[in-house]
Design a protein around this ligand. Structure first.
Ligand SMILES: C[S@@+](CC[C@H](N)C(=O)[O-])C[C@H]1O[C@@H](n2cnc3c(N)ncnc32)[C@H](O)[C@@H]1O
Length: 228
């Protein structure tokens, strides 16, 4: 009998509504990859001290919901002096990202397997992150599921708290409902100055972004910077 999905995740520290459904299968390949690679790439104890976790100072990039890791890996490869901390609850996606990191010899990547809200709540020191990336979050487009979206007033409060002065929050989405939701919350947030940007050149066109584009939903990149 395989272990239930949630058995692969650390106990949640937050009482907040989940922005994900913890349901996935863990194949033998995933199990083998995790066994071989998590010891090298995972951060498991909170709070994370980024310079200690990466063994050096550097630009800290926190990617929330990294999926199978294409964006995290591309950023890490294009910015070798950056320290990319990815967080993801989908264990098979993490295993795929770590296998690709290992193949490509990427060393400036770490992963926290668990709920990003735990990291945002008390898992990262104040002003310790230069960039937060949130790419193609689950849209939860129905009004009754709105509370499950990762972008909420309280998560923005915490993002503002962990971002260093001059930092950036970059959100990518192909869902007009989510884009409007994020824009409205950012515009109303006292600690953010909303800033829409272009699609980043370093980001591969794949995963949910590619699916959205293929389905006729071009991506947009709302975001913000901490208000000085
Ligand atoms: C729609 S997928 C997008 C994946 C990837 N960013 C992309 O652009 O292809 C959303 C991802 O966010 C993850 N996720 C959702 N809520 C999360 C949370 N609270 N903490 C960590 N990961 C989360 C999901 O498991 C899923 O892999």
């Amino acid at each position: 009998m395989p272990a239930p999905s949630h058995a692969w995740l650390p106990p949640r520290r937050t009482q907040e509504i989940r922005s994900y459904t913890p349901r996935f299968r863990v194949s033998e390949l995933t199990r083998d990859r995790l066994g071989a690679l998590l010891p090298r790439y995972a951060v498991t104890s909170l709070p994370v001290d980024p310079p200690a976790a990466f063994g050096r100072p550097g630009e800290v990039v926190f990617e929330i919901g990294s999926g199978h890791g294409a964006a995290a890996l591309a950023y890490a490869a294009a910015h070798p002096f950056a320290s990319v901390l990815a967080v993801e609850v989908h264990v098979p996606g993490v295993a795929r990202m770590l296998a690709a990191a290992d193949d490509a010899g990427v060393t400036n990547l770490r992963v926290y397997v668990g709920d990003a809200v735990d990291l945002l709540s008390a898992g990262l020191p104040p002003a310790s992150v230069d960039r937060i990336h949130l790419f193609f979050p689950d849209p939860w487009p129905k009004r009754r599921h709105e509370k499950r979206r990762l972008v909420q007033r309280h998560t923005l409060d915490r993002m503002a708290g962990v971002l260093a002065p001059g930092g950036v929050l970059l959100i990518g989405t192909d869902h007009p409902v989510y884009a409007d939701h994020a824009r409205a919350l950012l515009a109303a947030h006292p600690d953010f100055t909303a800033r829409e940007t272009h699609r980043p050149e370093w980001k591969p066109l794949d995963g949910f972004e590619a699916k959205g584009l293929h389905a006729g939903r071009p991506p947009v990149y709302p975001g913000g910077a901490p208000t000085p």
